[in-house]
Design a protein around this ligand. Structure first.
Ligand code: ADP
Ligand code: MG
Length: 686
């Protein structure tokens, strides 16, 4: 990278210290930052043929003033000025709002260039910019395509245009190529220099797109290169634990399960055990739809680790879930002499001390707990496997903590949010992915209905009928974003209403995040034992909870939830032999909102839900939170540029896997890019 590009942005003529200060708000510090401040769209000021312009389109035309202008006033400040203009023998009415002072300049016969919104039906143009051709000087933007940049209040887009144009003039020739020539040829990409010029000042929309394409490809390739390099470097290091798994014992364990594994489960178990037996550390994502049987797979992996003489840990996001997994793992593992412990927030000091001692001595084989498990002063004798459930984010940070404890266990991440491939390979690009894409046989699909709030009475009488059949129901109270307090109040209100509605007939329970964990347990247990018939809850039940007798899931204000979340909630029912129902109560205002509810009623397949949600809302909203762990791309769009992402991934893998990449000078810009990451500094040569 040319040093000149790394100078402070004040090296650009016309940018002083004060301007530089303002630009820093746009994260522009260096000349390169300015050059890489890409436009997000263009204004097309090229003169258009009226016949081709569409209704409402913004266009630029040149014509001659014809007849007298007329001005009308509304109140003190508002005015409307109109004049007829002849454009290629067509008479168009040009209209200005609040610019009546232009009236005197609009002499008949004068040639004028007008940009604005075209109303085809009335042959009107609402003018936003105009220019008299007889004044000689034509401002830059007219007659060309102009970039539009994101900016801050103190800096006008026009100024950014000017600075970037100046920077290109001064420093454009310093922009060096970083991609190898064969990729440019193979994908017909512009050079970096051409691309940066073209994305800012394209001669045609096509050129602008080509510039963008090149830069997006570069961005995706660099990202994938990093991911693949993490992966490759991890595979090469020999610091992982090669676990000597007693495969025959694992076989017996699987054989003794109350059901045969699905083919998908068999496949992913194989993938996981292969990693565990290898010299590298496993770094694998296990995804599968709700109810696809991930817990059993986790149990098999834990069993395998213990059979090799190691300890295993299962980490989950909530206490409720920890309890639940603890229960199912004990049931599965204890008959085999495996000691399972629960490290929960509600343990007494003494209990806690005993559990910690058991882990440190190696007496305890498997421990279940929340994510605090690895962060606190918990020491293991021989930790070989860490499984984390329902977490998108457990990643780099937690792995670092484990490393700092001197542990290089195999790590398996489980997520019940099916992730469309395009997001999986970006958010989890450095991991291997195992997918359970098959449900155990004999599951009845859940029937999903979308109803308006006005139908609440009918919903409740439906719930009553199910309760009368001996079933149970969940009712999820409205979600108020960012306000736990209001969430809680909502849950309490719904609880009060329903308690009243069901009278003494059925017991209505309440569950929310603020309950002390002891009480949460108590409520969950009562619900499990069918002592509570209707469980009103905030979204805390979302993950993992398993009560097979529950057959109805009612969700208030369903339009406020992400589809992935709704699908998760829906997954709480349909776990028993009975037909189950999910009722979404919503009054969506927008078409998109309605479409989202329709998607839920149309498919039970989590991957399909995820794919359509992603299409509808884009990747930022997909996980429902900003802290999704998705990288932010400057120019690439993982949804729109899906195909390019796939190609970039393949090329990155090929590069990383080739000998040339690590040696030849042509690749040194890419290697230098990787070395910017501390992780690679020692591991990769310049
Ligand atoms: P997930 O965690 O993927 O949502 P679970 O592991 O909780 O799913 O499994 C859901 C239910 O399916 C559990 O009751 C489990 O015992 C059962 N199950 C898992 N695998 C199978 C299988 N191969 N055949 C039949 N039932 C299964
Ligand atoms: Mg290993």
């Amino acid at each position: 990278m040319s040093e000149k590009l790394l100078q402070p942005v004040t090296a650009v003529k016309g940018i002083g210290a004060e301007r530089a200060q303002e630009l820093s708000a746009l994260r522009i510090q260096t000349v390169l930052d300015l050059l890489e401040h890409f436009p997000y769209r263009y204004e097309d000021y090229r003169v258009r043929d009226l016949a081709e312009a569409e209704e409402g389109e913004k266009i630029t035309i040149i014509g001659r003033v014809y007849g007298e202008p007329a001005a009308r006033f509304f109140g003190k400040k508002k005015s409307k000025l109109s004049v007829k203009v002849v454009v290629d023998n067509v008479v168009v009415t040009a209209i200005w709002f609040n610019r009546h002072f232009l009236k005197n300049q609009l002499q008949a016969g004068r040639e004028i260039m007008l940009s604005g919104k075209f109303e085809r039906s009335r042959l009107q143009l609402v003018v936003s910019e105009h220019h008299f051709m007889d004044t000689g000087k034509v401002p830059v933007q007219e007659g060309s395509i102009q970039p539009v940049y994101s900016t801050v209040a103190s800096v006008q887009v026009k100024q950014i245009r000017k600075w970037i144009a100046t920077a290109l003039e001064q420093f454009g020739d310093e922009i060096d190529e970083i991609l190898p020539g064969f990729l440019l040829q193979k994908y017909r990409l512009m050079t970096r220099r051409e691309a940066i010029r073209n994305i800012h000042y394209p001669a045609s929309i096509h050129d602008g797109k080509q510039g963008r394409r090149r830069l997006a490809f570069e961005e995706l390739l660099l990202f994938q290169l990093k991911m693949q390099a993490y992966h490759a470097v991890n595979r090469q290091t020999t610091s992982g634990i090669p676990q000597k798994i007693a495969m025959d014992r694992v076989g017996e364990f699987v054989h003794a399960l109350p059901f045969p594994l699905t083919n998908a489960q068999k496949r992913v178990v194989k993938e996981i055990l292969t990693d565990m037996r290898a010299q590298y550390s496993m770094n694998r994502l296990l995804q599968g739809d709700v109810g696809s049987g991930k817990t059993v797979v986790a149990a098999i992996a834990l069993f395998a680790a213990v059979s090799a003489g190691f300890q295993g840990a299962l980490m989950v996001p909530t206490e409720i879930l920890a309890e639940q997994h603890y229960g199912s793992l004990r049931e599965l593992l204890e008959p085999w002499g495996i000691e399972v412990a629960l490290l929960s927030g509600s343990a007494t000091v003494r209990q806690r001390r005993d559990i910690l001692a058991g882990l440190q001595s190696g007496m305890t084989n498997v421990v279940v707990g929340t994510h605090a498990l690895i962060q606190e002063d918990v020491y293991f004798d021989r930790l070989g496997l860490v499984i984390t459930d329902e977490q998108h984010r457990f990643g780099v940070e937690q792995r670092r903590i484990l490393r700092e404890k001197g542990l290089q266990p195999d790590v398996l991440f489980m997520t019940a949010t099916p992730i469309p491939r395009t997001l999986a390979i970006t958010a989890f690009g450095d991991m291997d992915v195992s997918t359970i894409d098959e449900l155990p046989a004999g599951r009845k699909p859940i029937e999903t209905y979308f109803v308006r709030h006005a139908m609440l009475d009918r919903v409740l009488s439906f719930v009553r009928k199910e309760l009368e059949k001996g079933r149970q129901a969940y009712v999820i109270s409205p979600l108020i974003e960012e306000s736990e307090k209001l969430d809680l109040q909502n849950a309490i209100d719904v609880h009060t209403q329903l308690t009243h509605y069901f009278g003494g007939e059925f017991k209505v329970g309440l569950m929310h995040g603020r309950l002390p964990s002891r009480e949460k347990d108590e409520v969950m247990q009562q619900f499990s034992r069918n002592e509570i018939h209707v469980l009103v809850s905030t979204t805390v039940v979302e993950v993992g909870v398993n009560v097979p007798n529950a057959s109805v899931m009612v969700i208030y204000d369903a339009e406020r939830f992400g589809l992935a979340q709704l699908h998760q909630l829906r997954g709480r029912v349909g776990r028993g032999a009975e037909q189950s129902y999910c009722i979404l109560i919503a009054d969506p205002k927008s078409e998109v909102g309605k479409e989202r509810m329709r998607i839920m009623t149309e498919t039970n397949d989590g991957f399909e839900v995820a794919r359509r949600d992603l299409e509808l809302r884009g990747p930022g909203d997909f996980f429902g939170t900003k802290q999704s762990g998705l990288p932010e791309f400057k120019i690439a769009d993982v949804v729109q540029d899906y195909r390019m992402l796939e190609v970039a991934r393949e090329e990155a893998a090929a590069l990383i896997g080739s000998k040339r990449f690590w040696k030849e000078p042509e690749y040194s810009p890419l290697r230098r890019y990787l070395r910017q990451d501390e992780y690679f500094l020692e591991k990769i040569k310049d």
